[in-house]
Write a protein that binds this ligand. Structure first.
Ligand code: GLU
Length: 329
């Protein structure tokens, strides 16, 4: 891969499981602002690996909504680029090769536990919970004995018909980094347990795909929702196990709430672009409100992407979850 180590490459990586709500749009805007303010490239990647949760038409809608807002990208599913394809479902052979590499180095192991067995092993404080909207086929195994099964024991599990998930041996050494929004954070990769890289239902898991893609697409700047903050050290350990340099910059964007303080969900289409358009709200009003909601712009003031870029000061971004309200009621 030929790539200058100093050129910033940022990305927005939505999962097409529903309509983007204002919180998702705010994350996309901030990812765009972080990349562009650094003079970097901006990549759009469609994370559609979790087939059962993908909604038909959602990927196209996401691209249309981001364009309506006025954000543009240099590489993505619709414009392609040097590190494509930019849709995860078209990259399965790449994930399979990464999985084979991890297996060769014994960095992963098959876990035959059922959900019920894992639940019986855990207490809440043992594991970081799964991020919002990302399903895992089972909770992280922290203390299950699959990590140390002998080949004979594995064979016995196989012959009993159990289908394994594959888990990463997460190391315990702490890692400290400075998140551009959340500040200094210290985590252990093992805080997230031995997370799944291959699901027992036959799907590549989120953590594997996201790390492989960020590595191969040369992403150096990760801007995404704060629900993924607990997984920075875990994902970094996976970068290192695969032999890739980890990203150098992180910014985890506070989660958005509605006017009543309730966290937004993708199924809540009333908070999406279609509803705004139906009410005559303009892209500039929307951008202004998104930026105002996290402290970057005065309230009730329309803005273009270029206006926000000139004024962008990451130090002003509010860390706490905050409401984004554009339509009354
Ligand atoms: N696809 C994930 C989501 O929509 C984001 C992954 C990431 O940014 O690392 O929540």
């Amino acid at each position: 891969m030929t790539m200058s180590s100093i050129s910033i490459r940022g990305r927005y990586a939505p999962s097409p499981t529903g309509t983007l709500h204002l919180g998702n749009l705010r994350t996309a805007l901030l990812a765009w602002l972080f990349a562009r303010s650094a003079g970097g490239a901006f990549i759009l990647r469609m994370e559609d690996l979790d087939g059962p949760r993908v909604r038909p038409g959602a990927a196209e809608q996401i691209l249309a909504d981001l364009r309506w807002l006025g954000l543009e990208w240099d590489e993505g599913p619709d414009v392609d680029g040097p590190y494509g394809p930019y849709t995860q479902s078209a990259r399965e052979a790449i994930y399979a090769a990464a999985l084979a590499h991890l297996r060769r180095y014994d960095a992963i192991y098959p876990c035959y536990c059922t959900r019920a067995e894992l639940r019986a092993l855990h207490t809440d404080e043992n594991v970081a919970s799964a991020p919002h909207g990302l399903s895992t086929s089972s909770p992280p195994a922290r203390y299950c004995s699959c990590r140390v099964l002998t080949s004979a024991e594995r064979l016995a599990c196989e012959t009993s018909g159990r289908r394994p998930a594959w888990r990463f041996r997460a190391p315990p050494e702490p890692f400290t980094f400075t998140d551009r929004i959340m500040g200094t954070v210290t985590q252990r990769p093992s805080d997230a347990g031995d997370f799944i890289v291959w699901r027992s239902d036959g799907l590549f898991a989120y953590h594997l795909a996201v790390v492989v893609d960020d590595a191969l697409m040369g992403v150096s700047q990760i801007v995404r929702g704060a629900d993924l903050l607990p997984f920075v050290a875990a994902q970094r350990a996976l970068f290192l196990a695969l032999g890739y340099p980890p990203p150098t910059e992180y910014a985890h964007v506070p989660l958005a709430t509605d006017a009543t303080g309730v966290r937004m969900a993708k199924r809540d289409a009333s908070a999406g672009v279609a509803a705004l358009r139906a009410h005559g709200v303009t892209p500039a009003q929307t951008l202004g409100a998104l930026a105002a909601s996290c402290g970057l712009w005065p309230a009730n003031t329309p803005a273009t992407p270029a206006d926000l870029l000139v004024a962008f000061d990451p130090m002003r971004i509010i860390r706490e979850p905050s409401p984004i309200v554009l339509l009354e009621g």
